[in-house]
Design a protein. Structure first.
Length: 184
């Protein structure tokens, strides 16, 4: 791709990639899945959130005796819904979460209920960051955040193997430095 066509790139949302005019990026599904260990990471996160809520309801049921019946009922409802959440959400997120980088853009797909596909031209990238929380470190995972000059906010790729994330950050840093444009 020539330098002049990179400068002219614009974001486009189309349902048929064949109708994309030359010089435009199409919004399409990214090709690469995140690391399979991300399922366990998301499961542990979900289970800890549900467990915190269940513990709070159980303690409230013990301390607030006039409301014990309603708090136990809420505890049962939260336990059933929480179990569904812990079992379904991580698997669903894994099926949706994808990413890809090309010579011209970064593509991401994320979410589980509210799903989002995004494309960011390399010329619009301002910063590329890596995050590793304690649970991510335990599962040898990382998140990569690509900040762009967009009102939609940064693109985040969660659940990457830490070595893949490091290579991705190095690659994007090198490519964006060589891409013309002022990222504004």
């Amino acid at each position: 791709m020539s330098t002049s066509s990179r400068v002219r790139q614009k974001e486009a949302t189309v349902s048929d990639p064949q109708t994309v005019p030359p010089g435009y990026l199409s919004l399409r599904p990214p090709r690469h899945r995140v690391e399979r260990r991300a399922i366990l990471w998301w499961t542990v996160q979900a289970a800890s959130s549900v467990a915190s809520l269940l513990i709070a309801l159980a303690l409230a049921a013990l301390w607030i005796t006039p409301a014990t019946y309603w708090l136990v009922l809420a505890l049962i409802v939260v336990a059933v819904l929480g179990l569904c959440y812990v079992v379904i959400m991580p698997q669903w997120r894994y099926r949706v979460h994808r990413y890809e980088t090309t010579d011209s853009a970064v593509y991401t797909a994320a979410g589980w209920i509210n799903q989002e596909w995004r494309v960011a031209p390399l010329s619009r990238i301002q910063t590329v960051d890596t995050q590793r929380g304690p649970l991510q470190q335990l599962f040898r995972l990382s998140s990569v955040t690509v900040t762009t000059a967009s009102a939609a906010g940064p693109l985040t790729i969660d659940g990457l193997d830490r070595h893949v994330a490091t290579e991705l950050v190095e690659h994007l840093t090198a490519v964006t430095q060589a891409t013309p444009g002022d990222a504004t």
